[in-house]
Design a protein around this ligand. Structure first.
Ligand SMILES: C[S@@+](CC[C@H](N)C(=O)[O-])C[C@H]1O[C@@H](n2cnc3c(N)ncnc32)[C@H](O)[C@@H]1O
Length: 220
């Protein structure tokens, strides 16, 4: 990401800034999509501003060895932003076939891409997380699914030993992460301003990884 563009971006109203980013990158990720109209508590597709996404990406200190995984990537805004960084790969997991198709089309059109992008249509609770090192969640699901996803993430550390980091935006179910003794909270802040401000919390795996004791992972 070029520092000049970021400097200008900081002074623009968010809507205009988002519009300009989309034009610049050649992608289209705006709007809200009702992904599960049949359920009462819905976890729709929506995305944070480019400004917030970039701030989050900076906070996780991506390196060339990292594989960034957006769990519930929707139309792929955060995924495309991560692929502007010098990472090994950017992977998006998305349950909705329609949103996967949009994310793939955005990935193909993205200007300035530095890393390969892969979009996988899958339920997050069934995905194999061994490849990933940095995981992003923008409040994609409820506590029960989040628990299942964290269990899979934890198991993936046994299968492929590596330190991982997690950024959780709009962390409505943060207590689910707090219950994981294999995770340590490293930071949290409010992203954005006024009524649109969104909390983001940051986590990393504890080393050495505690022994898995089934269900929610805990140390013995
Ligand atoms: C709030 S949007 C986040 C979009 C994206 N991460 C971003 O920041 O640009 C949450 C996404 O998670 C997806 N999702 C919800 N439950 C899921 C599940 N169990 N497995 C995979 N994707 C899921 C939704 O379809 C939606 O696109």
């Amino acid at each position: 990401m070029t520092p000049d563009l970021e400097r200008v971006s900081n002074f623009l109203p968010s809507k205009i800034d988002n519009f300009l980013w989309e034009k610049r990158l050649g992608i289209s990720t705006r709007g809200i999509v009702d992904t599960f109209p049949e359920v009462t508590v819905n976890y729709n597709y929506m995305t944070l501003s480019y400004r917030d996404n970039i701030r989050i990406l900076k906070a996780v200190n991506l390196t060339r060895d990292d594989v960034f995984v957006d769990i519930g990537c929707g139309k792929g805004r955060m995924l495309c932003c991560s692929a502007l960084c010098d990472v090994r790969e950017a992977i998006g997991i998305e349950q909705s076939p329609e949103l996967c198709a949009i994310a793939r089309s955005n990935a193909a059109r993205l200007r300035g891409r530095k890393a390969p992008i892969t979009i996988i249509q899958s339920r997050a609770q069934e995905f194999d997380y061994r490849e990933g090192t940095v995981f992003y969640l923008y409040n994609p699901f409820d506590q029960s699914v989040l628990g299942e996803v964290l269990d899979r993430l934890r198991s993936s550390l046994d299968e492929a030993r590596r330190p991982i980091r997690i950024a959780y935006a709009r962390p409505d179910h943060e207590d689910t992460l707090e219950a994981c003794s294999w995770l340590e909270k490293t930071d949290c802040w409010l992203s954005g301003r006024g009524t649109t401000a969104v909390g983001v919390s940051f986590w990393k795996s504890r080393l050495p990884v505690p022994v898995h004791s089934g269900g929610m992972s805990r140390t013995r």
